[in-house]
Design a protein around this ligand. Structure first.
Ligand code: CU
Length: 152
């Protein structure tokens, strides 16, 4: 989030999220929901133990983009690209904007360290909160950005 020179090329609304992350004392930010711009942009702050990737299912959103940023600890996130062949494990929950897939075609890994961010677009499956080498407590923030802000 601190690489201004390159982040400057990102879409304005993503830059707005990064400004929020840079200006906020993330370590002090309480867990729970934080409104940034009504239902258009809000954040969820979480603290939990990382778990084995094979004990979790990947989530997919339809309406919101995730800007995920690690605050403390280390985290593996598995992800893949939008792909209709991923078998659905739980059908779409409209209120919470997610469905789950059983597996991901061409699954990849990104290892997150504090102040790293990753963007997951609608329909891109991602499995956050996975163990890197051993389970540990992490704190993270996920900024939810309504997709209309990137397509208008
Ligand atoms: Cu997500």
């Amino acid at each position: 989030i601190e690489h201004q020179k390159t982040n400057h090329y990102l879409p304005r609304v993503i830059q707005q999220c990064l400004a929020y992350l840079n200006e906020t004392d993330l370590e002090m930010l309480p867990t729970g929901k934080h409104i940034i711009d009504g239902e258009n942009i809000f954040a969820n702050v979480m603290e939990f133990e990382t778990g084995e990737a094979n004990s979790k299912q990947a989530e997919v959103h339809k309406e919101y983009i995730d800007v995920q940023c690690l605050i403390r600890g280390e985290e593996r996130i598995q992800y893949s690209l939008e792909d209709e062949i991923n078998p659905i494990a739980k059908s779409y929950d409209e209120e919470n904007d997610f469905y789950l897939v059983e597996s991901m075609n061409q699954c990849n890994n990104v290892i997150m360290y504090p102040k790293m961010f990753a963007v997951f677009l609608p329909e891109e499956p991602h499995k956050p909160g996975c163990v890197v080498s051993q389970s540990g407590l992490i704190k993270k923030i996920v900024i939810k950005v309504h997709r209309k802000l990137l397509t208008q």
